[in-house]
Design a protein around this ligand. Structure first.
Ligand code: NDP
Length: 488
């Protein structure tokens, strides 16, 4: 709230004499360049925007807490999970993926689900989506994939031909495409969807023993989705529908909550499981690895300032704490570089010092300088390591956990290439009404594709997942499922 007695000042703190009239030569002007307040005001205004995120540009955020409800310290030494009842402050950012900063909320798109836990041993970011899988499984394909989701360089329009060309030539996308095209591709609100860490991570306990882990945030509000016609109407009438819903719910004291569960896999199972557990286009069946409750996340405070908190929030799957480690997942490995790199470009080299990103515990290191270093920059303390002046030292017990590896270097794909069983399982778990809507959504989305070859290739993928699935889409598009020779 503003203090009514405050003096208006320039950014250098001097009182402003007139904020309504520029300094001019007489009442008609011209304006004099000596009006330094005017110059500063216009120049700062020109610099109000930072680059929007290339992906996940449109988002909404909230503060809250995470509370442990089940002791899993036998699997992880992560301090914030160490005892039942322990509460950790957190911040979340929900987002769409492909649209720009002002784009509509109620579009068919995965939703980002990024959580920052301010633990006592540093920040921990879980940078996931509302889907358990992803379109691709190797980061080398990411820039190409996102090009197809963004605008055509000539027309500046979305390009369904590019979208389906890429997907049909990248059959590992089929599981996520099926998820996206299902009812859950347009959630009713950010509150009515699950969240997933998607990748496999590793948990390490105090004895140095590891397990593979996957995260599931289960919405306590229940899963609800939007009817496609209502979503289209809302996209025109209230493009900020999800943003508004989240803000209003929290403002009204209706605090949304999620139960955090994990699936735990013994390290050795990774060698024998029927899917590669590091392949992010696959899930681990919950029949094999059931969900285990960990805790509860509650969102109970709106940001005070959108830019300072939501726009400047920087998440990375590489923001890890002791007890939580990476897996060889090739998509995750690329993200470990790409996220912080994006923020260094977007926000600046010192982005982790901004209040929304700063760890709550003390940060001690030898990083110095860089644009906008606004604390005391380490003052007069020792600025290199090793040193004889008592500077901060490494703690060997916090090294990354080891992973035995074998193989020959090379550009090699995952061994497992079954892109069809799990999308088929998803299709088969849908009710008849859900299948009908899924098929209709896909048919509508594929109709504008300009090349029949692309449509036929994609139909073959649906057919291989489930013959009924492929046949219904082919019928909807007025085409025939390609012959078995083409399919094999
Ligand atoms: P399970 O029957 O043990 O689990 C099914 C999963 O599907 C549950 O997580 C359930 O979550 C979710 N689900 C239910 N209805 C839908 C729907 N309409 N759209 C999307 N998800 C839904 O089977 P499996 O674990 O063996 O998985 C079978 C298939 O379920 C997978 O191939 C995958 O496509 C899908 N799935 C699996 C997940 C996993 O982690 N194993 C996670 C999400 C989906 P809920 O009831 O809370 O919605």
């Amino acid at each position: 709230m503003s203090n009514h007695n405050q003096k208006l000042t320039t950014s250098w703190g001097a009182p402003v004499g007139d904020n309504q009239n520029s300094v001019t030569a007489g009442s008609r002007g011209p304006t004099l360049i000596q009006d330094v307040h005017l110059l500063e005001k216009l120049a700062h205004f020109n610099r109000e925007r930072i680059p929007e995120r290339v992906v996940h540009a449109k988002g909404a955020g909230a503060h809250g807490y995470f509370e442990v409800t089940n002791d899993l310290s036998k699997y992880t030494k992560a301090d914030f999970l160490s005892e039942v009842g322990k509460r950790t402050p957190m911040f979340i950012r929900f987002s769409t993926v492909a649209g720009e900063l002002g784009s509509a909320d109620t579009v068919r798109d995965p939703r980002g689900f990024s959580v920052k836990f301010y633990t006592e041993e540093g920040n921990y970011d879980l940078v996931g989506n509302n889907t358990p899988v992803f379109f691709i499984r190797d980061a080398i394909k990411f820039p190409d994939f996102i090009h197809t989701q963004k605008r055509d360089p000539q027309t500046h329009l979305k390009n369904p031909t590019a979208v389906w060309d890429f997907w049909s030539l990248s059959p590992e996308s089929l599981h996520q495409v099926t998820t996206l095209m299902s009812d859950r591709g347009i959630p009713a609100t950010f509150r009515h969807m699950h969240g997933f860490g998607s990748h496999t991570f590793k948990w390490v306990n105090a004895e140095g023993e590891g397990v593979w882990v996957k995260y599931h945030f289960k919405t306590e509000q229940g899963v609800k989705n939007l009817d496609v016609n209502l979503a289209a109407k809302l996209a025109g009438e209230n493009p900020d529908y999800h943003t508004q819903d989240l803000f209003n719910a929290i403002e009204n004291g209706d605090f949304p909550a999620w139960k955090l569960c994990v699936q735990i896999m013994p390290l050795e199972d990774a060698d024998t499981y029927r899917f590669d557990p590091f392949d992010v286009t696959k899930v681990w069946s919950q029949k094999d690895y059931p969900l285990i409750e960990v805790g509860r996340m509650v969102l109970n405070r709106n940001p005070e300032n959108y830019f300072a908190e939501v726009e400047q929030a920087t998440f990375s799957p590489g923001t890890l704490v002791p007890g939580i480690d990476v897996s060889p997942d090739k998509m995750l490995q690329g993200r470990l570089f790409a996220y912080h790199d994006a923020h260094r470009y977007r926000v600046g080299a010192n982005h982790q010092m901004l209040p929304i990103n700063r760890a709550k515990n003390e940060v001690n290191n030898y990083q110095r300088d860089g644009a906008m270093r606004f604390d005391n920059n380490g003052g007069g303390s020792v600025y290199y390591e090793p040193n004889s002046f008592g500077g901060p030292k490494e703690t060997p017990e916090n090294q990354q956990h080891s992973l035995p590896v074998t193989g020959v270097t090379g550009s090699v794909a995952y061994d497992h290439n079954d892109h069809y069983t799990q999308p088929g399982d998803l299709y088969r778990l849908l009710t008849e009404e859900e299948r009908t809507r899924l098929v209709a959504n896909i048919v509508d989305a594929m109709k504008p594709v300009e090349k029949e070859e692309i449509k036929l290739r994609q139909i073959s993928h649906f057919y291989k997942a489930d013959p009924e699935y492929g046949t219904r889409i082919a019928e909807g598009l007025g085409l025939k499922v390609p012959s078995q020779e083409v399919l094999s």
